[in-house]
Design a binder for this molecule. Structure first.
Ligand code: NDP
Ligand code: 2IT
Length: 447
């Protein structure tokens, strides 16, 4: 329940109009809670029914994706693209291929993307898409046939100035390559319609590293404000995909010791510090399970059950796997073990109860919208380079990423303080992200 009747009404409408979408409700509720003081201070937003417009996607596309597997059988998946908000730029956001994907998950991701993209200060609107296709265990040819079928429909709705998808869970360089190849073939256009592209066909240096690196740049700022740093800290990172790997790389470069990483089956604990080259070999090259790590590192331990990674004692926790992977129980264990900082690489990895536990115990808490915005920010830099038909060096992109993350921390922290919630970066990120979108929507009229 909110103090504002208007926000209560909007929340009720969201639940009524979007039944069976608990993740979407969760993402909306968190943002509306943060916005209470903003709505109170700006009655023009309620008058223009701005919030009810904000929670309704501009366009939702759902489509059949038929493809033929290696045994000649016809398979059918469901494809989604939610074009949530284009106030400040073309829809921008990743594609997720995972069996758990459904409309509610894509909507929560697309909704959060609006505020995250606004926080980057770059001109990108919010969108998200994906499919319940599971790339795991599929051959490269099956993945290619799926991607070609998916893009055959999606191509009708996207474009370099309309909607620019990228990767997310299950969509990496291989998938982006197949998707791009099919788009180019269908449209006969060589444009920056996707980001995360390969370096030989318009990709940006440092995009692969950007989300994980950006997470560490943001966390470094947050720690510094509290007189702390990564130097000598023990870090636990969940996941072992794109975000987790490059978070591990940067945290290690910054002097931390990352002692645990996971996948959806379990986690590895290496008290000597994770050997990232081994993880890259297992996950990026061989596409195998994290438990393989102990075959080459007998001193490390493998434990079944990914949620138990939060029982590993650490100073800093970086959840980089998936939504709601840290619940209240895990949060309490982290607190009891002396963890003093949690920053989210994944989208919405902490449940509302977990966030409340972190904040009430005085931990530094960096919410996803701010902390993982480096990936999409670098995607926007890829779009700039594509428009210029030019590419910056790794160092140039990395430097821009670093300054964007510093700026996000500053704006988040200042917005929280301005609305009487100093140190509450959840409120700060939601408010700072919202203001730019809200002012733009007001300026553009009822659309
Ligand atoms: P990847 O597919 O590269 O890696 C995902 C990792 O998370 C894998 O280790 C995977 O394990 C694990 N994982 C996935 N689902 C679950 C689950 N249900 N339970 C436990 N572990 C799980 O994806 P990314 O690294 O790109 O994405 C990770 C998170 O970061 C997501 O929340 C994504 O939305 C977010 N994100 C990604 C960005 C990007 O640029 N890629 C940008 C911003 C946020 P397994 O192999 O067993 O499935
Ligand atoms: O959640 C995210 O911000 C992403 N998956 C990256 C999106 C993008 O367009 O680069």
């Amino acid at each position: 329940m909110f103090n504002s009747q208007y926000l209560n009404d909007v929340m009720e409408t969201v639940i009524r109009r979007n039944p069976s979408e608990p993740e979407f409700h969760q993402a909306v509720r968190e943002v509306l809670e943060s916005l209470e003081p903003v709505i109170e201070a700006n009655p023009q937003y309620e008058k223009a029914n701005l919030i009810e417009r904000l929670v309704e996607p501009e366009r939702t596309i759902i489509f059949r994706v038929p493809w033929i597997d290696d045994n000649g059988n016809v398979q059918v998946n469901r494809g989604f693209r939610v074009q949530f908000n284009s106030a400040i730029g073309p829809y921008k956001g990743g594609l997720r291929f995972h069996p758990s994907v459904n409309l509610g998950i894509i909507k929560f991701l697309g909704f959060e993307q609006i505020f995250k993209n606004s926080l980057t200060s770059l001109p990108i609107g919010g969108g998200k898409g994906g499919s319940d296709f599971d790339p795991k265990g599929k051959s490269d040819n099956e993945v290619m046939r799926f991607c070609q079928s998916f893009m055959t429909e999606l191509a009708k709705y996207i474009g370099a100035d309309t909607d620019v998808p990228a990767g997310d869970i299950g969509v990496g360089a291989r998938e982006i390559g197949f998707l791009y190849g099919q788009y180019k073939r269908l449209r006969d256009e060589y444009t920056g319609v996707l980001t995360g592209k390969g370096l030989t066909y318009g990709g940006s240096l440092a995009r692969k590293e950007a989300t994980g690196y950006g997470l560490c740049y943001f966390t470094k700022e947050m720690l510094a404000d509290a007189g702390k740093s990564f130097e000598g800290a023990t870090v636990v990172i969940s996941g072992s995909g794109n975000v987790a790997i490059y978070a591990c790389e940067k945290a290690t470069q910054m002097g931390a010791r990352v002692v645990a990483m996971s996948d959806s089956n379990g986690y590895v604990y290496d008290k000597n510090g994770i050997d990232l080259a081994a993880v890259k070999q297992i996950k990026e090259v061989e596409r195998k399970r994290i438990k393989e790590y102990v075959n080459t590192h007998p001193e490390a331990e493998y434990h079944e059950g990914c949620a138990n990674i939060w029982t590993v004692k650490c100073d800093i926790a970086l959840p980089c796997a998936t939504q709601n992977e840290v619940n209240e129980e895990s949060a309490k264990i982290l607190v009891a073990n002396g963890c003093y900082c949690v920053a989210e690489g994944a989208n919405m990895p902490s449940t509302p109860e977990a966030i409340a536990t972190f904040q009430s115990n005085g931990l530094l808490f960096g919410p996803a919208k701010a902390a993982n915005a480096g990936g999409v920010a670098t995607s926007a830099l890829e779009m700039s380079q594509n428009s210029m038909r030019y590419s910056w060096t790794f160092e140039e992109v990395d430097e821009k990423l670093c300054s964007i993350m510093k700026n996000i921390y500053k704006n988040t922290s200042e917005a929280a303080a301005k609305y009487g919630k100093a140190g509450d970066f959840v409120a700060g990120a939601n408010i700072a992200g919202f203001i730019k979108v809200a002012e733009t929507m007001m300026a553009q009229g009822v659309v």
